[in-house]
Design a protein around this ligand. Structure first.
Ligand SMILES: [Zn+2]
Length: 511
């Protein structure tokens, strides 16, 4: 037999695809030709596969070998095809009986010594194989746990090419995936740790309930980071689809925790203001790595000290935040990753970043204006709420020391508000108020009476509110009403939304 076919899988963006690897061995100058749009990493597979086969104690066929990857039109990236290529070549040479690998998808990179190494993106690839009707997969041992997350697929693991060949020959067994631990996910940071900050907490609750973007201004020590990193704790858990999507992105980025279970908590990403563009939006050769923007998909992207970020970086964030996806162009084609994240930005009021009320700061009003001006314009206009935080010392004086509410309590209110919003917008398919298009809110039956929106009209006419800002205020008003359990926003809700938009919001006494 000089022809063999083995199944594998590849990725385009987060979407997996079944790939067929066929090998044909003919008489001629001994060589290995790879066809089917291979990228550089795949070309390197040629040498890796040969060395791995020889170092596994097998003979490398001294013939002309053509390996073809199908479908040809699909870009193939990364090193996950090695194991399938080696199996196809050995099967074509008659060294490996193909019967036991029939209908089985093989994934894995080969080391020169014949070990099978983990690859990124195993979860979405196995999920794709399952959708295509493949019920058995063989993956690297280190990826076996994440592969078992996919229902309806029998997962077996290999550590060496030798083990795979022995199995195919009926001389040995494959490995079982390590058992998935049943320990619960450790709890994240909780709102009960946070003293004072009533305004910040209230804005965070609105942000969670309506999916709104939030800007936090305040001196160092005011608790901006503490607030932001507690936003996931009051967001609903990810549903099955979102969970699979988020877990798949972490798998492709190679940051999935070793226990390889589905991620249920909305992710939180806080890239440093000096982060490279590639680490923010994604990049790298071969299988393009998703950046922080995509790893925050369905969760929270926190940008601290945002005026320190370069203009180029802020520009690069704008489009993905608008469209909810990142498109990365490479010579080998484009890769698209989802990036629908809730944005929280934070800034100090001035460049010297000394605690407020401190006499050490000599930044004048003009300096402060220029500093915050760096994030103004298109980015700030897309942020629904601005909150000025007092330093904790002063805040604690204002608020008497009542025990702080826990995240669970706030999350229950958020869930109620979200349920009301989702039911209202069910026809349009929007889940949270932030997703509802402006025109829908400005037209009947959802248009609010003119007397209720007068404050917004005045602000629009005087130029202190942009058209985009107007719509954002309407969305905020609905969220405030949802949180208070009212069917429609009234004048008070609209005024409150306007204040939150303009950074004039205050703490609200909750009964
Ligand atoms: Zn200063």
């Amino acid at each position: 037999m000089s022809y063999a076919r083995v199944l594998c899988a590849g990725l385009v963006g987060v979407a997996g695809h079944v790939v067929e690897v066929e090998a044909d061995l003919s008489n001629g100058l001994p060589t290995l030709v790879l066809t089917g749009l291979p990228d550089t990493a795949l070309n390197e597979a040629r040498d890796r596969v040969r060395a791995a086969v020889v170092n596994s104690g097998r003979d490398w066929p001294n013939r002309r070998i053509t390996v073809n990857l199908l479908p040809a039109a699909l870009p193939k990236r990364g090193s996950g095809f090695d194991l399938a290529v080696a199996a196809a070549v050995l099967a074509g040479a008659g060294e490996l009986p193909p019967a036991r690998l029939d209908g089985v998808a093989l994934l894995g990179e080969l080391g020169l010594d014949g070990t099978v190494r983990p690859v990124r993106g195993v979860l979405p690839m196995v999920a794709a194989a399952a959708r295509a009707g493949v019920t058995r997969v063989i993956v690297p041992l280190a990826n076996a746990r994440e592969a078992t997350v996919v229902p309806g697929v029998v997962v077996r693991a290999v550590d060496t090419l030798h083990r795979l060949v022995e199995f195919a020959q009926g001389n040995g067994a494959l490995l079982d995936p390590p058992a998935v631990p049943v320990t619960p996910e450790p709890p994240g940071p909780d709102l009960s740790d946070l003293a004072g900050q009533e305004t910040g907490r209230y804005a965070l609750e609105i942000a969670a309930a309506g999916g709104h973007h939030l800007a936090l201004f305040g001196p160092p020590g005011a608790g901006k980071t503490m607030l932001a990193e507690r936003l996931p704790s009051i967001l609903p858990e990810l549903d099955d689809d979102a969970s699979l999507e988020v877990t798949a992105l972490q798998s492709i980025a190679g940051v999935l925790p070793p226990d390889g279970r589905l991620v249920r908590r909305p992710p939180f990403q806080a890239p440093h203001h000096s982060s490279t563009l590639a680490s923010l939006v994604g990049g790298g050769s071969g299988l393009v790595r998703p950046g922080a923007l995509s790893l925050a998909h369905r969760g929270v992207l926190f940008l601290d000290e945002v005026p320190e970020m370069s203009r180029v970086t802020l520009q690069a964030l704008r489009q993905p935040l608008e469209s909810g996806r990142v498109v990365l162009s490479r010579a080998s084609g484009t890769t698209e990753y989802p990036a629908r994240a809730q944005l929280v930005v934070a800034a100090n009021p001035c460049p010297c970043a000394s605690p407020a009320g401190d006499h050490a700061c000599h930044c004048g009003a003009a300096v402060r204006r220029r500093y915050l001006g760096r994030l103004s314009g298109p980015l700030l206009d897309r942020i629904d709420m601005r909150v000025n935080l007092l330093p904790v010392r002063a805040a604690q004086l204002v608020v008497e020391s009542e025990p702080a509410e826990s995240s669970a309590l706030v999350a229950a209110r958020v869930t109620r508000a979200r349920t009301a919003a989702a039911a209202r917008w069910a026809d349009g398919g929007w889940r949270v108020n932030a997703e509802v298009p402006g025109p829908v809110l400005r037209r009947p039956p959802w248009r609010l009476p003119a007397r209720d929106t007068a404050v917004l009209h005045d602000a629009l006419d005087s130029g202190s509110l942009s058209a985009r800002g107007y719509d954002r205020c309407l969305r905020l008003s609905w969220t405030i009403a949802d949180l208070d359990g009212r069917d429609r926003p009234g004048t008070g809700d609209v005024c409150e939304a306007y204040q939150l938009r303009m950074g004039e919001g205050g703490a609200r006494v909750r009964k």
